[in-house]
Design a protein around this ligand. Structure first.
Ligand SMILES: [Zn+2]
Ligand SMILES: [Zn+2]
Length: 345
């Protein structure tokens, strides 16, 4: 089959790789109909990641069940399914406490050396009864693909931040996850969402979603947030960038006394210099972590089916899988007009 394979810094290639096969009785094989490139794919794109050499990439996929092992009871051939970003066993302590993203039995996410990813024609899904979810009628691939990672991630960020109706919320980052966090803050009833980025096209997309865009190379963020909040500071800041931590450091002073900073951006460093005195002086609450996509999925499905959320509006490109390398290149370079890039096998 064809798949997007990691070959090193700024080098992915669409190659022919062995077809995946059922290994355990609890496995399923899914024929991918739509995959997506995630911002977190770019971490390894920009930095040498030796443990990914030769790996099939991708952790956002939807498709159709092609085959199931004899231990799979919930799914059968032909059903449309979500393949959320990582599988889980359903039996360990973390899984039994709704923390499937911290499953201790399955520790690999899709698109790693141990678990080939979904930017491919087919993917093997371990513990399929737990890892897969049915796509209900009325949800297109274009919306469904967002439920496998970044819509739950943005929603988790807003929920973890405790966003309440009437709140004023700052969101650091207007990439795909940042836009999902902005959409989610509005769904939680935020009165005003201030969306921070430096790329004009990304700021314009935030504006179209209902946020007020702020280019932090052109405005003084702290002054602007204080002006919008009667001098208090934002109720909540949502951090959707991660990386070297500079966005987190910029967010902390923007929050009011008793406010919350909620972070889902993937850190690239082992440790940051955390402004602990600023946090202490503000009685700040800091929340961080990986989204439990499975737990949030039923509510997000309802929001999409009722027309309250339309994550597919941020799709800018639908490319054939064969153009995967081109998709990575334009997303990584934040080319004008590029936001969410889908790949169709
Ligand atoms: Zn992702
Ligand atoms: Zn588990």
């Amino acid at each position: 089959m064809k798949a997007v394979v990691y070959r090193g810094v700024e080098h992915v290639a669409v190659e022919t790789v062995p077809d995946p096969k059922l290994v355990a009785p609890t496995d399923a094989l899914v024929r991918i109909t739509t995959a997506a490139i995630c911002g977190s794919n770019l971490h390894s794109y920009h930095r040498e990641t030796p443990n990914l050499a030769g790996a099939v990439l991708g952790h956002e996929g939807v498709g159709v069940v092609e085959d199931v092992g004899r231990g799979v009871t919930r799914f059968k051939k032909g059903q449309r399914v979500f393949v959320p970003w990582r599988p889980a066993c359903g039996q360990c302590w973390a899984c039994l406490h709704d923390q499937h993203s911290r499953c201790t039995t399955v520790t690999a996410a899709f698109g790693s050396k141990d678990l080939p990813g979904s930017q491919a024609e087919f993917v093997r899904v371990p513990f399929a009864d737990v890892g897969l979810d049915l796509i209900p009628d009325g949800i297109s691939d274009d919306d469904a693909i967002f439920l496998t990672d970044i819509f739950p991630t943005g929603f988790f960020c807003a929920e973890n931040g405790g966003v309440k109706p009437g709140d004023i919320v700052v969101v650091m980052g207007c990439g795909p996850v940042g836009l999902m966090a902005q959409m989610s803050a509005l769904l939680h009833g935020a009165a005003l969402v201030l969306a921070v980025d430096r790329v004009p096209f990304r700021l314009e997309m935030a504006r179209q979603l209902g946020a007020v865009p702020l280019n932090d190379t052109q405005v003084n963020l702290k002054e602007r947030v204080l002006a919008e909040t009667g001098g208090r500071g934002a109720d909540v800041a949502l951090e959707a960038i991660g990386m070297d931590g500079s966005a987190l450091l910029a967010a902390i002073p923007l929050v009011r006394v008793g406010g919350t900073v909620s972070m889902v951006g993937l850190p690239t460093e082992e440790a940051y210099a955390f402004p602990i005195r600023t946090a202490f002086s503000a009685d700040l609450t800091f929340k961080i972590g990986l989204c439990p996509a499975k737990r949030l999925m039923p509510r997000l499905i309802n929001l999409i089916r009722q027309g309250k959320a339309k994550p597919s509006q941020i799709i800018t490109h639908r490319l054939p899988l064969s153009e995967g390398a081109h998709g990575y290149h334009m997303f990584a370079n934040r080319e004008p007009g590029v936001m969410k890039v889908l790949l169709r096998p």
